[in-house]
Design a protein. Sequence first.
Length: 464
Amino acid sequence: MLFPTVQFALFFPVVLALSWALMSRPRAWKPFIVAASYVFYAAASWRFCLLLAGITLGNQAAAVLIHRTADERRRGWIVGGAVTLDLLVLAVFKYYGFFTQSLSRGLGDVGLGLPVPLLAIALPVGVSFFTFQAISYVVDVKRRLVEPASLIDAAVYLSFFPHLVAGPIVRAREFLPQLASPRDPDHVAVGSGLALIGLGLVKKVVIADYLARTIVDPVFAVPQSYSGPDVLMAAYAYTAQIYCDFSGYTDMAIGLALLLGFVFPQNFRSPYRALGFRDFWRRWHMTLSRFLRDFLYIPLGGNRRGKFNTYRNLFLTMLLGGLWHGAAWTFVLWGAFHGAGLCAEHALGGRVERVPKWLRWLITFHLVVLGWIMFRSQSLDLFWQTVERLFAGGSPTLWSLPVVAAVVVVIGMQLLPSRGVESFQVWIERLNPAVMGVALAVLILFAAATVPGRGVAPFIYFRF
């Protein structure tokens, strides 16, 4: 079920009204919100609900066993088993086809064309997000950062529909304490929630989808059919599109959670004003960045064992982070590209600071754009074709005023002084909730007018 759809517009007001009515009675509210979240998820496929329930039961059992076990070695074995099972879920549902096809192709290339069994397995929506949250839950219990929740609290945490299918990745120690006391409808941040929902709606429906259907999808499908300037504009447009699409979803998710009485962590902070790869990952998909840092980079050894091991750990972390985004070699290449960039920055150290800020920004931004070309390309062959076309001549035919304006606004807004932007956001959020509700209704009507007959496109991160 997509947020900006009629289906969700009918679903959420009913859930919100009943949620506010039941907030003061947690014993009734918790089963209700779990049921509502499963209804939301079942809109994609009821079979996916069985997987989500299995993940919840398995990790809850592991968390309880870890908490009851005093021996550290046994605690490590239990958490290792739970994490292995979670990763097996990802391996089967997300990577089975990718690895079997790659193996079959590799065997064929060396003259060993052995048949490899290939099954058609549907990818559950959001599987990468709720399995990562399940992993964070059992690992944080093992580290004694949080105690095991009750089964119903664990079910609320892993199924809570605002962040179920595309994040942000909310840690157990951030969410579970909020379940300790009843939510109070009188203290819900209605203004902030409505403002974020409206902002996310504009980002997704008005900007991201427009750029996708106008220039991004046509050019990246057949880059060899377009001139160099058009391919360049498509790369800039995708840079704006993926930010608006993903941060738009995050804004709506955080806003919906606020209306239900819960606070989610920030996930984006003007990523296109970054002055390096490390700065970029402090600003882009921040909840994933810290997950990779805490559950992969640091366990690998972090920067504690010399420069070579530090570079290895950085590279492996980003390589696996790229693979997490999708079962394709383009995602692996994208992760390796960012890993190499982080290693290069680390090796250069303080010498990077001597480069003028404007030049560091310019270089970083265009390296990020190059990375997005890898990310968007459907195959490695199409990626190389797209890069080749960047240097081709020709006249720009797709540089329309709306496209250029959308790209400039999305990127330019992130370059404005953060204090001014934050002050404006605070002013918006302090408006009367009734005024905010009317403004949101107007925005919905405006956004609906921009939607083509085929409806709203799925969020990019739904397939991750």
